[in-house]
Design a protein around this ligand. Structure first.
Ligand code: GLU
Length: 473
């Protein structure tokens, strides 16, 4: 069956990738089957009064695994939300968390609505009602299942969720940890907003710094000077573009669902974002050439292509026309298994989603830890470290007779605040995960691509957790 047909199953694609990797794990057949299945599926319908009418809203929460607790994964608001999609995304969360050593099991939620059709007040009603449905069925809680933002949701929705949860669970001291991606003023952590895009940058940069990988691809080392196309200018795409531009790459094309813009000298994502805010679209952005469709744009020549919107955008049909040397999956599931085969044969490196976009859940983990510990990162050690650094610097200045400049003094003395610690924890996580996957791949040349290597890492870790639980000795 061609992946072009309507009945494309996203969960089926995840299962296919899983099976491709399972044979490299030597794990028990029954254990592999248990890891693969979605453990709990909650599909709900609830009424919400919109204007004079009652609308019946369809929504989901899927817990793919319980090998660790809580379960973790975002909530998506889109018309395309369906059970197959939520199951696939929940499964990816399990593997994602395992790869970056975040002690959660995978889950995902979704509401089948077009959020643009509702006023903020109506969206709030829908979100709060969804949250109370989750509470009623014990599908949410800091030790049970912890949602987060995804496509179509953000800090605002997370604030509604935590407020609903806290008011229905009075006295629960860890209530703030029932959801992540909250505004900083309501228990969020600094750095969460940009975390996924920044993680994408750290991950790709690490690959670009591997001499053997780059020489195989016929590319120079480092991200500097690389040409980049980003598809999707939502939170993830915007921040990926920002960090690549700041890292010295040229973001030559930004693509959105209604068209794309191109400038060989590079685009500034913030200017483009402001233009879109004013006009409603990135099309006709001055100083760039407008391209009619996103599909055309992603086929343009570039070093790195970053799909950062939705699943199934690159498939067996258009993959042969993609000219990028490297593809970094910032979205979940943007490539189909058929596209993977095309790129493996062409020698294009695909850096897979469930590891590359794990920055979001990694910083969600930091946020959850902050909520459970009830203390802001850096609060205890910032001043202590600064005092130590100052003393050390003064000793060195005294013994050498040399004084450092005011600017250097500030940098040397600076003690870590919350954003510093979050960024550094994220950078370390992404670098370590990249190296671990690449090592597994190198150690077994039969593994056909990086996605399969990532799945091997993930499956083995989940398998070990089951063994630790004594379920599969
Ligand atoms: N929705 C994001 C993802 O797909 C973040 C999940 C989370 O932070 O729990 O990874």
């Amino acid at each position: 069956m061609s992946d072009q047909q309507q009945q494309y199953s996203f969960f089926g694609a995840v299962e296919k990738s899983f099976d491709k990797a399972a044979k490299f794990t030597n794990l028990d057949k029954g254990l592999l089957e248990q890891i693969k299945q979605c453990n709990a599926v909650y599909r709900m319908h609830f009424p919400v009064k919109i204007g004079d009418n009652i609308e019946v809203i369809k929504a989901y929460r899927v817990q793919h695994s319980h090998h660790k607790l809580p379960c973790k994964g975002g909530i998506r608001f889109a018309m395309s939300v369906n059970l197959d999609e939520v199951m696939a995304l929940a499964a990816l969360m399990t593997y994602k968390c395992a790869i970056v050593n975040v002690p959660f099991a995978g889950a995902k939620g979704g509401i089948t609505i077009d959020p643009k059709k509702y006023t903020p007040y109506e969206l709030e009603k829908i979100t709060r009602r969804y949250t109370s449905e989750l509470i009623k069925k014990n599908f949410i809680g800091p030790g049970i299942d912890v949602p987060a933002p995804d496509y179509g949701t953000g800090e605002r929705e997370m604030a509604w969720i935590v407020d609903t949860y806290a008011s229905m669970r009075p006295g629960e001291i860890d209530a703030l940890g029932c959801v992540t991606g909250k505004p900083v003023t309501q228990g969020g952590v600094r750095g969460r907003r940009e975390a996924t895009g920044l993680g994408v940058f750290y991950g790709i940069r690490e690959v670009c710094n591997m001499p053997d990988v780059m020489s195989k691809l016929g590319m120079t080392i480092g991200v500097e000077g690389k040409t980049v196309i980003v598809q999707g200018l939502g939170n993830v795409g915007y921040h990926a573009a920002k960090f690549f531009r700041e890292g010295g790459a040229k973001v030559i094309c930004l693509a959105e669902h209604d068209g794309a813009i191109y400038n060989a000298d590079g685009l500034n994502e913030e200017d483009v974002f402001q233009y879109k805010k004013k006009t409603g679209s990135i099309k006709n952005y001055p100083g760039a050439k407008t391209i009619a469709t996103s599909n055309e744009a992603i086929e343009l020549e570039c070093d790195i292509l970053i799909p950062a919107a939705l699943e199934n955008v690159i498939n067996g049909e258009n993959a042969p026309r993609i000219k990028a040397k490297m593809i970094g999956e910032a979205a979940n599931g943007p490539l189909t298994p058929e596209a993977d085969d095309v790129f493996a044969a062409k020698g294009v490196l695909v850096i897979p989603d469930m590891y590359l976009n794990a920055g979001g859940v990694t910083v969600s983990y930091f946020e959850w830890l902050k909520n459970l510990s009830h203390v802001r990162y850096g609060r205890m050690e910032k001043r202590f470290t600064e005092n130590q650094n100052r003393q050390m610097l003064e000793q060195i200045e005294e013994s050498t007779g040399k004084k450092v400049s005011e600017k250097d003094r500030e940098t040397i003395i600076h003690g870590p605040d919350e954003a510093d610690l979050v960024y550094s924890g994220l950078e370390e996580t992404m670098i370590a995960a990249t190296r671990e996957i690449m090592e597994v791949w190198k150690a077994n040349p039969e593994i056909p691509d990086m996605r399969t290597a990532a799945y091997v890492v993930a499956i083995k870790k989940v398998g070990t957790s089951y063994a630790e639980l004594g379920i599969f000795p």
